[in-house]
Design a protein around this ligand. Structure first.
Ligand SMILES: [Zn+2]
Ligand SMILES: [Zn+2]
Length: 495
């Protein structure tokens, strides 16, 4: 659809066209007086309707004193340039288009794009599972050291809480998860996972790289921050409730709002998607042991039959959603496992059954937990059996719903539209998947959003957790800029 024409812009800018235009500008700089070089460089620009010009390499200004020789700014930001290589749009006391462009100008520097890809590929090659993210965490800390960003480590075993800004309130957090999945990568490419049976199949390598890119942007603009940005790198999103452990270890100390992004194969590269209110379902599992009394099948009166009791339980569990839940409040209860004896001539003494449940609101989620237990225990007793129900809370395998705060959602929407163009934001439907970002949403106002990675040409069309999952790396600078703008602008307008 609108996919390829505009999503390729960042990489074009970062490679071929950039080097061509840089060469011309350098030549102009050598051959003619400096004042003239700016105006003569004007014809070299790129355009895109899809991004409303926001992510376009507008090369009307060139700073030959920039060490990296890479600054790329609009004429407006050039005029306001007060530091070498840094665009300062009227100090951004009031957020303007120039402020968005200044953030983008840092994100779209070629060396930024290359660094982001390098970081992401190093993490992708060395995937680490939940609470084992030692090398990933080390890499992040090494890069933060190079950026001279302060941090606290460890939280939740491998997690990091870094900060940029005044050190004073307000505090706003942006978060990335670091863990990989126990999946064998089936994508054949140069930076394929080097660890058998482990893969970044959910894009958490991308989340880390984008958050580090945001750190780089925010560090460059630290003198403009009207408070403190907290960067949270958390372990164990896929399993183990890493977010919960991070909160217990103080990740949200002083934080008044938090934001996070997840890559999505459903949207073209760079498209931002979110919604107010419930975005992702709460997810939990249950396992019940129904105990009766064993007896020969031909003497059923001597048994207390758990098979009959468990069968009635399965039927009764269906009534929770179909007869107790508001049909406009989506919920699921599914029994997925049922195991009794293995002797066809004996009534067993126990049956073990289990399943999963989902809900979109916290109230419905915790109501389901209560009712599932009640139905199982009470129904078992009707048949003279006893029952014990386990919700795996000890194993940290329970995720509340991810519910976006309306004001934080509006903030993400406004920042994204101003940064990337109105057509690059979408309100998306809720999904039945779950995400442990939900634990943060229970503590402070929060918003979770998606960023598209879908590029038909590259083949980045596979769902997360697929062994064929891959991403369009052009998303990296866009995600970094979005993170940074959301945080900086929050401090300016919402703090
Ligand atoms: Zn995942
Ligand atoms: Zn994920």
């Amino acid at each position: 659809m609108v996919l390829l024409s505009h999503t390729q812009l960042p990489s074009q800018m970062n490679t071929r066209k950039y080097s061509f235009s840089t060469a011309i500008l350098l030549l102009l700089y050598v051959l003619i007086p400096r004042d003239s070089a700016v105006s003569l460089a004007q014809p070299i620009s790129f355009s895109s309707s899809a991004y409303d010009g926001a992510f376009i390499a507008d090369r009307r200004c060139y700073d030959p004193e920039d060490d990296e020789g890479t600054s790329s700014m609009s004429s407006a930001t050039c005029k306001n340039q007060t530091r070498r290589g840094t665009a300062v749009a009227e100090d951004c006391l009031v957020w303007s288009k120039e402020c968005s462009e200044a953030v983008l100008s840092i994100a779209r520097r070629p060396e930024m794009g290359e660094w982001l890809r390098r970081v992401r590929r190093r993490i992708h090659e060395n995937p680490e599972l939940a609470f084992e993210e030692y090398e990933t965490s080390r890499l992040i800390r090494e890069e933060l050291d190079l950026m001279q960003v302060s941090y606290r480590y460890p939280l939740a075993k491998t997690g990091i809480r870094a900060w940029i800004g005044t050190g004073l309130p307000p505090f706003v957090a942006i978060r990335a998860d670091m863990d990989a999945l126990p999946i064998q990568e089936a994508v054949e490419w140069e930076y394929k996972s080097k660890v058998a049976g482990k893969m970044h199949a959910c894009g958490h390598d991308v989340h880390v790289a984008m958050l580090m890119g945001a750190a780089k942007i925010l560090k460059t603009r630290e003198h403009l921050l009207k408070g403190t940005v907290i960067l949270i790198f958390q372990p164990a999103e896929e399993a183990g409730n890493g977010a919960k452990r991070m909160i217990q270890d103080g990740a949200l100390e002083d934080v008044e709002a938090i934001f996070a992004v997840h890559v999505s194969h459903e949207h073209p590269t760079g498209i931002i998607g979110s919604r107010p209110g419930p975005l992702l379902a709460g997810c939990g599992f249950f396992r019940a042991v129904i105990s009766g009394k064993e007896a020969s099948a031909y003497n059923p009166h001597r048994s207390v039959d758990p098979v009959l009791a468990a069968s009635a339980i399965v039927t009764s569990l269906q009534g929770i959603v179909s007869r107790e839940a508001n049909p406009l409040d989506s919920q699921v209860v599914s029994v997925t496992s049922f195991n009794g004896g293995d002797n066809l001539d004996m009534i067993p003494d126990t049956v073990v059954l289990g399943g999963t449940f989902r809900a979109y609101s916290n109230a419905s989620f915790y109501q389901l937990i209560e009712r599932i237990e009640q139905v199982i225990v009470e129904q078992a007793s009707v048949y003279r059996c006893s029952a014990e129900v386990d919700f795996f809370e000890k194993e940290l395998n329970i995720y509340p719903p991810t519910v976006n705060d309306d004001r934080m959602y509006e903030h993400v929407k406004k920042v994204s539209m101003d940064l990337l163009g109105a057509s690059n934001f979408r309100e998306v439907p809720p999904m039945m998947g779950a995400e442990d970002f939900s634990f943060y949403t229970q503590v402070v106002p929060a918003a979770f959003f998606y960023i598209g990675i879908r590029n038909e040409t590259l083949g980045s069309t596979h769902t997360g957790h697929s062994p064929y999952f891959m991403i369009d790396e052009d998303v990296l600078p866009i995600g970094a800029a979005t993170h940074a703008a959301i945080a900086e602008r929050y401090l300016l307008e919402q703090g």
